[in-house]
Design a protein. Structure first.
Length: 354
């Protein structure tokens, strides 16, 4: 069918082609504004997408609506701006404002300034919108010093053959004037291989050099990737130990007796033993375990919480049989199913900062 559209478009006269393009761009703007308006409505009903198995509006946009991550971000930002200032929708539909302009300006709009700012932003280019944002929220001047980037490979012992020396890949020479620090990159390069690129400070660089020296026998070429692997393996063990109570000699969950709350002896304790956390984590694979009636399982792996399948207020104990892993949204959603809406733990309904 789309092939037919191409044939039809190729067959149009010059004048008709331009008229058709103008009409299609208008339809696209109208559809885009309508999509943003409906996303704004969904944003105010988080239980709706939670019930379908999505832990956030972003997950719903990228997975259910098949928007790209960038498209989802700009439409969600625009939807939230429209919830506060519905007048934006008309301007999106008319083409006076683009989604990019709304995304850049959204968080700087206030009830006092939005009319004037939106009028000034009409039909402006991205760079003009950025200048307007800079006026609304001025940033301090960039420091005049030039940030030093490591320019040389880490020095290898003089006895090391030159062919084994490059332990840190050479980096472009420092710029003559201020230049933004490159953004970190994690990019797949081949099956099971990733290129990771980031900028480190002098102190971290010094630590890397010390580790390269200490690992000279085990990692003769001082490969930063091999040292990175050892470092994050250790860090992961430490963080898991802290968050999940991982230990070399774990207690058997069956040997743990549910406790009662010290202040409310009529309720089970809120304390979730580490052994129970570990089993719940492994059971759900470090991912939210909520499964929608459709059979869809939530894919969220962030803001995970330990959820009582039978609520603590309803005598649900912190045992392996009763503790599950849920994302923040689904923990909230399932609490609302039991206790009713309005049990929000943050004022704006956003996940708590961890
Ligand atoms: Zn979830």
């Amino acid at each position: 069918m789309n092939t037919n559209i191409l044939v039809t478009a190729n067959g149009l006269s010059d004048r008709d082609l331009l008229a058709r393009l103008d009409a299609l761009a208008g339809r696209e703007r109208a559809a885009s504004a309508a999509l943003v308006a409906h996303l704004a409505a969904l944003d105010s009903r988080p239980s709706l997408y939670a019930a379908e198995g999505y832990g956030s509006l972003f997950s719903y946009c990228t997975q259910a609506l098949r928007l790209s991550e960038d498209a989802a971000c700009s439409r969600i930002e625009a939807a939230r701006a429209c919830r506060r200032f519905p007048v934006i929708l008309d301007r999106l539909a008319s083409g006076e404002l683009t989604l990019t302009a709304v995304r850049l300006l959204g968080r700087h709009l206030t009830p006092e300034n939005h009319q004037a700012v939106l009028a000034r932003a009409a039909r402006r280019s991205r760079s003009q919108i950025e200048a307007l944002v800079a006026e609304l929220a001025p940033q301090p001047d960039a420091p005049t010093s030039v940030r030093k980037l490591p320019t040389l490979p880490v020095a290898a012992p003089s006895s090391t053959p030159a062919s084994r020396a490059p332990s840190v890949p050479p980096v472009a020479p420092p710029p003559a004037a201020f230049a933004p620090v490159p953004r970190p990159i994690v990019q797949p390069t081949a099956p099971e291989r990733y290129r990771v690129q980031f900028t480190i400070g002098e102190q971290t660089h010094e630590k890397l050099r010390r580790l390269q020296a200490l690992f000279r026998r085990e990692i003769p070429d001082g490969d930063p990737g091999a040292i990175f692997d050892r470092a994050i393996t250790l860090l992961l063990e430490k963080v898991e130990k802290k968050k999940l109570g991982a230990t070399a000699k774990p207690r058997l969950p069956a040997s743990i007796r549910p406790r009662t709350d010290k202040r409310r002896p009529d309720l089970p304790s809120a304390y979730v033993p580490s052994a129970v956390k570990r089993v719940a984590w492994q059971h759900d694979g470090g991912q939210c375990g909520y499964i929608a009636p459709s059979g869809r399982r939530c894919t969220d792996r962030t803001f995970l919480e330990f959820h009582h399948a039978q609520a603590r207020a309803k005598q649900g104990p912190a045992t392996v049989a009763n503790i599950r892993l849920r994302c923040w949204r689904h923990n909230q959603y399932e609490a609302e199913l039991v206790f009713g809406p309005g049990r929000r733990r943050s004022r704006d309904g956003t996940p708590p900062r961890h």
